[in-house]
Each structure stands twice: as structure tokens, then as C-alpha cells.
Design a protein around this ligand. Structure first.
Ligand SMILES: [Zn+2]
Length: 211
């Protein structure tokens, strides 16, 4: 198997990984799942960023992705980036708070749909990440929706505690950027008041969504 450190430092730079490791993994793919997906020449989770970059640049070819148990009817609708990932927006199901954004691959989405726990792919740690496993700040899945382009997933959850590793309820709390035109610029005090509550923020953004 292709171990992360070996792969990143030695194997992939010599570009022998595809021949020696990944094709071996490819042969493990069950017959009938020989779809060519937009995933790099690596195993589950595309742990090697270098390989993903090379693949995206066309310097190495795509190979058959390891089979995920994700429903093929759902998988067919997904559009993934060069690393086989797509963003997942987590939203508090009842208040509308936008909690955080993570990344998923097919398997993470499958686990999210079937375990009741929001599960992401950590690009920094190159591993699946079940939200709350270490922090206790679990996200109980209430519904999952694919956006109109199939390239983003909205996961409505019941967030236990806080969503952000900084201890804030959401990853966006207290991180407003200056908006220099429009109503927010004309009435900064009103804009600040609106952004103080996430429910109000969502209402404000919804109001402008159709424009
Ligand atoms: Zn955060």
C-alpha cells in the first residue's frame, strides 16, 4: 500500500507510484465499478496532494477510483475537483446558521448519509474526519442536499456545542470583512447589528439571494 510519507516524499516524485502502487489498488476495484472518476492515481481519499496536482495538470493520468459504497445514482451527480473532493457547507438545521465548510469525497458523503454523523475529508491530515470525535462537538445529520451544479453539498445538522476549532459557534463569527459599497457601507451600524445574530445574517443574505 501507498503510505503517506513514503508516497509524498519518494514514490510520487519519481512518478512510479502510479505503476507500482496505484495500479495494484486499481486491480482491487470490483468489476462493474470501472468508472473513471476525477480522482488522482491514489487510493481512498487521495491522500497525496502532489499526485493530485500532477493529475490535475495532466501529468499523470486518472485511474479507476477505489469503489465507494456511495449510491451510484448520487455519485453520478457529483462534480469533484482534481483531488476528487467537493465542498460541504454545514448549516444548523433550525436556526439557519452557516456553521463551517469542509471537504468531502464520495466515501465521506456516503458515511455522512449512512451514519448520521457529518464526516469530512481532512486535506491537512489526509484522513477522514468525523466531526466531534475528538472535540465532542458532534454534528447530527438532519438532511443533505446537492446544489444545482452538483459541486457542493449542503449538510443540515444539529450542531452540539461549537462548530469552529477556535471555540466560536461558527467559523465565520466575528470575521466580517469591510464591505465598501451598498447598504452595509451606507449604514455600518445597521450592518453590524444585523451580523451580530446569525439568524439575522441569514435573513439578510436570503433577502439578496435572488438579485
Ligand atoms: Zn472554524
Amino acid at each position: 500500500m501507498c503510505r503517506r510519507q513514503v508516497c509524498r516524499r519518494q514514490v510520487c516524485r519519481r512518478q512510479v507510484c502510479r505503476r507500482q502502487v496505484c495500479r495494484r489498488q486499481g486491480r482491487q476495484v470490483a468489476p462493474g465499478s470501472q468508472r473513471r472518476l476525477a480522482r488522482p492515481a491514489h487510493g481512498a481519499g487521495s491522500h497525496c496532494g502532489l499526485a493530485a496536482g500532477l493529475a490535475a495538470a495532466g501529468r499523470i493520468g486518472w485511474v479507476t477510483a477505489p469503489a465507494s459504497a456511495l449510491d451510484p445514482a448520487i455519485a453520478r451527480q457529483l462534480k469533484r475537483d482534481g483531488a476528487g473532493l467537493f465542498p460541504a457547507v454545514a448549516q444548523q438545521y433550525d436556526t439557519g446558521e452557516v456553521l463551517m465548510v469542509g471537504w468531502m469525497d464520495d466515501e465521506a458523503l456516503h458515511r455522512t448519509l449512512t451514519t448520521g454523523r457529518a464526516t469530512y475529508w481532512s486535506r491537512s491530515r489526509s484522513e477522514y474526519w468525523v466531526k466531534g470525535d475528538t472535540s465532542g462537538h458532534v454534528q447530527w445529520v438532519r438532511s443533505v442536499a446537492l446544489d444545482c451544479d452538483g459541486d457542493t453539498v449542503l449538510v443540515r445538522v444539529d450542531q452540539v456545542g461549537v462548530a469552529c476549532h477556535t471555540g466560536e459557534r461558527t467559523c465565520f463569527a466575528g470575521r466580517e470583512l469591510p464591505v465598501e459599497a451598498g447598504p452595509a457601507a451606507a449604514a455600518p451600524a445597521a450592518a453590524a447589528a444585523a451580523s451580530a445574530g446569525d439568524r439575522d445574517s441569514v435573513t439578510a443574505s436570503t433577502r439578496g439571494a435572488g438579485r
